[in-house]
Each structure stands twice: as structure tokens, then as C-alpha cells.
Write a protein that binds this ligand. Structure first.
Ligand code: ADP
Ligand code: MG
Length: 272
């Protein structure tokens, strides 16, 4: 190719933002020649490479924006360790269909059974499927709402939390909420209701949410909306962390999960 034609092409590809094609142009043209592609086939190959790069960029950026606490995926989840868990249901959630439908997912169970792991893993799949995700610890979120409320910026904060297609609220119930916080949480749930999906993890059964929120009326109103279009997954197994420790001999006798968090009863964690 004549040198100025090469440059001209590069400039056009830059202007069209076809950077993957631009950066690998010589290789791609060689490849098309080697495989004796028709012009139509070659064009399709170029488009595929560009789309693959753009998808990769979007996914990486969304992973960053989601603020996951750690990297976990479905592949690294040991389903054999949690026989009570329906693998097919987890796979179904990973397709992101519940996000498209604006549904709620409640992931319930005692500490250490992999709720946060699954929430992150599903969140990542949902991003790959093309949606935006934000992960927030429940206590952080409620504190942020209360602060925004005190500073007269509640509307702004609610709008921000309503934006991602999926909002993951992790570890609801580890600390009881103030009554005011229950009302703020209700406003958030109402805002997202039927518009955006939510995934909530909790160590408390739905029946205990009145106590968690410190306000039975607010809890009922929140649950009314969350349970309307919802998937409830209850993990009943033992803590994975303790299981690993026991295997390596650090713990000898099986501990019942009820003894792990002395401040809260673990009993009654079940689906609604
Ligand atoms: P929870 O949120 O229910 O308290 P986590 O998801 O934080 O529990 O799990 C605790 C740790 O154990 C994490 O590092 C997680 O990746 C790991 N873990 C829990 N369950 C499993 C599992 N079934 N397979 C693989 N790792 C697991
Ligand atoms: Mg957790």
C-alpha cells in the first residue's frame, strides 16, 4: 500500500473510532488474504474484531464502576458444598433476564455460605449481558442516604442509586437500621420498583425484617414491593470458611452456624 494511503486509512478509522481495526490493520488484512476471504467476509471479520474490543472495554469499565468488594465468578463457586442451592436458578439469574424484567432477588442464609460470592458472580454475568451494576454494602448505603437527607440532597442520592440497571445491596440485617433509615430504604425501593432490578443479600429471614428495619410498617411496605416480582434463594448449608478451616484441621468439631454471630439468631432463615 502507498504510504499516504496507509495514513489516510488510519485517519479515517480514527475518526470513525474503529480503533481495534486501526491498531491491527496490517495483521487483519494479511489474515483476510491468507484465508482468501471475500470482501463481504473480510468486512464481517473486521466488524467482529471491533465489536469484540468495544464489548471488552465496556465490560472492564462496568466492572470498575460496579465497585465489587472482590473478584468472584460462578465457575469458582463450589455448588457441591451447597446442596440446598438450585444451580439452575443461579444459572438463570446469570443470564440477566431478571434485570431486563426489573425483578428483585433475595439471597438469604447464614454468614459464610457464599451470598456475597454469588451476588458478585451474578453481578459480573449481568454486566457481561450488557447491563450496568452497582454493588453497595447495606450499611454504607443507608449511611449515605441519611447523610444526603440531612444535607438536603436526598433526591440527588436516590436518583444516583436508581440509575444502575441492577443495584446489589449486600448484608442487609447485620446491623439493625434506625427507624429513619427504614423510611429512606423504603424510598429507594419505591424509586427502583418495576424500573430497576435489585439483588439483596441478608443473613435474616424475610420474617425477621421487621426487626432489621426497626419499623414493622416500613418493613411490610418494603417487602410488599420487593416480593411482588421476586426470586428468593435460601442457602441453608454451613459456612464455607469454616468448612475449609475444618478440612485443614484448624477446627475439629463441626460448629453449628447458629454459634457464629452471637448477636443475632440464625434460626428461621428460610424463604418467604
Ligand atoms: P456470605 O456473604 O454468605 O457471608 P461469602 O460470599 O463472603 O459469604 O463467602 C465467604 C468466602 O468463602 C468467600 O471468599 C467466598 O468466595 C467463599 N465461598 C463461600 N461459599 C463458597 C462456595 N460454595 N464455593 C467457593 N467459595 C465459596
Ligand atoms: Mg456477605
Amino acid at each position: 500500500m502507498v504510504p499516504d494511503m496507509h495514513e489516510h486509512l488510519e485517519q479515517m478509522l480514527t475518526r470513525l473510532k474503529l480503533t481495534a481495526i486501526r491498531d491491527q490493520l496490517d495483521n487483519l488484512i494479511d489474515e483476510a488474504g491468507r484465508r482468501e476471504l471475500t470482501i463481504r467476509e473480510a468486512l464481517a471479520m473486521l466488524c467482529e474484531r471491533e465489536i469484540a474490543r468495544k464489548d471488552q472495554r465496556r465490560i472492564e469499565m462496568s466492572f470498575g464502576l460496579a465497585r465489587f468488594p472482590f473478584v468472584r465468578d460462578i465457575a469458582s463457586f463450589d455448588f457441591d458444598a451447597q446442596p440446598s442451592l438450585d444451580k439452575a436458578q443461579v444459572r438463570e439469574l446469570s443470564t440477566g433476564r431478571f434485570v431486563a424484567n426489573g425483578e428483585a432477588v433475595l439471597l438469604l442464609g447464614p454468614p459464610g455460605v457464599g451470598k456475597t460470592h454469588l451476588a458478585v458472580a451474578i453481578g459480573r454475568e449481568v454486566i457481561v449481558a450488557g447491563y450496568t451494576v452497582l454493588f453497595v454494602p447495606a450499611t454504607t448505603m443507608v449511611a449515605a442516604l441519611a447523610k444526603a437527607h440531612a444535607e438536603g440532597r436526598l433526591e440527588e442520592k436516590l436518583a444516583q442509586l436508581a440509575k444502575p440497571k441492577l443495584l446489589i445491596v449486600d448484608e442487609l440485617g447485620y446491623l439493625p437500621f434506625e427507624p429513619d433509615a427504614a423510611h429512606l430504604f423504603f424510598q429507594l425501593v419505591s424509586r427502583r420498583y418495576e424500573r430497576g432490578a435489585m439483588l439483596i443479600t441478608s443473613n435474616r429471614s424475610v420474617g425477621e425484617w421487621g426487626t432489621v428495619f426497626g419499623d414493622a410498617v416500613a418493613a411490610t411496605a418494603i417487602l410488599d414491593r420487593l416480593l411482588h416480582h421476586s426470586h428468593i434463594i435460601t442457602i441453608r448449608g454451613e459456612s464455607y470458611r469454616l468448612r475449609e478451616k475444618r478440612r485443614s484441621g484448624i477446627l475439629k468439631t463441626p460448629l453449628s452456624t447458629a454459634g457464629i454471630t452471637p448477636t443475632h439468631s440464625q434460626q428461621g432463615v428460610s424463604s418467604a
